[in-house]
Design a protein around this ligand. Structure first.
Ligand code: ATP
Length: 395
């Protein structure tokens, strides 16, 4: 096993496209790191550079403490699993699994026992004599995974390996990947578009935007303490709702956020949690509210931040409802890759299943400002929570 260390890796393609800019990233020995970011942000380029299928313009890559910049892919002791895992259609499952061992002239007996071992781990034993066309999508995916595993590589590189599978199979394969990684402990760098995959598989998640690493942290750290507006908007589904407002202190010294014609009290707990918020009194800030921090107002108290809106869409998910609405104020420009609702200036509230709200109906919503996030509109950086250790890089 081995760690993977990228130091100041940049990639500029001959046509001038800057795909990666000064990326520093360490995947620890045995760690599972998931790389996420919008389309075109450089994820596949980064993976290809680690694999040796592409070269960095500047910077260097080490695997297991050894600089591999001049090593060919086959000498790096890595295995890649791609989205389009072309299996050899004329070979059986067993032959597909053992092909790379045959190429390396591994003795037949050793190869057979390796193939048997991997077929057992992936529950493919009863299928070893079948050809790929007689397999389901999930079974083919397991064979592709097995083909990468038989060599016991130091590092797995996976580029959206589950994206061709239907929703149910994805869930099953996600579980399988977690189990396999627990058993094998192979260092893994995994690219995905899928939020749930990233949050459930990654020990840590690395967020990339326009070739620059934004933040690396555990799923919880990224969700609870995003370092900037981009990460805040990208991690979490439905996305965080954003609003621009001015912070000021009321007559009694209590903090208020002025948004349009409204003034919303900001609880003291926010100042204790984010001491530097005090420096923004009298200035503009961007406030962020996750959908679960907005509830249907029950009229139990008349203080706090409430807005009355028309529900544009109510998505009844059975156990909860998502209410999409146009808020009575302007929504800042889309960040985090721009989800559909952000792009059309909407907010989303995630409310209880029994909440009285229907599409086209009016509803009063309560905003839980104790759970609000705050950002500096000048540079997009989060106004940090004291002792926030997760922020390793900023845009
Ligand atoms: P996706 O999620 O859509 O697969 P990605 O994050 O993997 O995207 P990359 O494929 O790494 O993105 O591409 C990063 C950037 O580099 C993009 O702007 C892409 O158009 C550009 N790019 C990739 N390969 C080349 C190339 N050979 N020549 C020029 N530009 C390229």
């Amino acid at each position: 096993m081995a760690d993977v260390v990228l130091e100041q890796v940049s990639k500029i393609f001959p046509d001038g496209t800057v795909a990666l800019e000064n990326v520093d990233l360490t995947v620890l020995d045995g760690e599972f790191v998931v790389l996420v970011g919008p389309s075109g942000c450089g994820k596949s380029t980064l993976l290809r550079i680690v694999a040796g299928l592409d070269t960095a313009t500047t910077g260097s890559v080490s695997i297991g403490g050894r600089v591999v910049d001049d090593l060919s892919p086959k000498d790096r002791d890595i295995a890649m699993v791609f989205q389009n895992y072309a299996l050899y259609s004329h070979m059986t499952v067993a032959e597909n699994l053992g092909f790379s061992l045959k190429l390396r002239h591994v003795p037949k007996e050793t190869a057979r026992s390796e193939v048997d071992n991997v077929a057992h781990m992936l529950a493919l034993e009863s299928l070893v004599d079948r050809k790929p066309r007689a397999l389901s999508g999930g079974q083919r995916q397991r064979v592709a995974m097995g083909r990468a595993m038989v060599r016991h590589p130091k590092v797995f590189l996976m580029d959206e390996p589950l994206s061709n599978l239907d929703a149910k199979l994805r869930v099953a394969m996600r579980g399988e990947l977690i189990r396999l990684h627990r058993e094998w402990g192979t260092t893994t760098l995994y690219v995905t578009h899928d939020q749930i995959e990233a949050m459930t598989l990654g020990h840590r998640i690395a967020v990339l935007n326009a070739g620059r690493l934004q933040q690396v942290g555990t799923p919880k750290e990224l969700y609870q303490t995003p370092c900037n507006l981009f990460v805040a908007g990208f991690i979490g589904s439905p996305a965080m709702n954003l609003v621009s407002g001015k912070l000021d202190a009321g007559a009694d010294g209590a903090l208020m956020l002025s948004v349009g014609g409204q003034r919303w009290p900001v609880p003291d707990s926010q100042l204790r949690r984010r001491p530097t918020l005090a420096a923004f009194v009298g200035r503009e800030v961007v406030a962020g509210l996750r959908p679960y921090a907005i509830s249907v107002d029950t009229g139990s108290s008349d203080d706090g931040a409430c807005i009355t809106v028309t529900a544009a869409v109510v998505e009844d998910l059975g156990s909860e409802k998502n209410v999409l609405f146009v808020p009575p104020f302007e929504v800042p420009d889309a960040v985090g890759g721009g989800t559909d609702t952000e792009l059309i200036g909407m907010w989303t509230a995630n409310v209880k299943a029994n909440a009285e709200v229907r599409t086209g109906g009016k509803v009063t919503l309560r905003l839980d400002m104790d759970r609000a996030y705050f950002f500096d509109p000048g540079n997009g950086l989060a106004i940090p929570i004291a002792d926030d250790a997760s922020v390793v890089a900023a845009a």
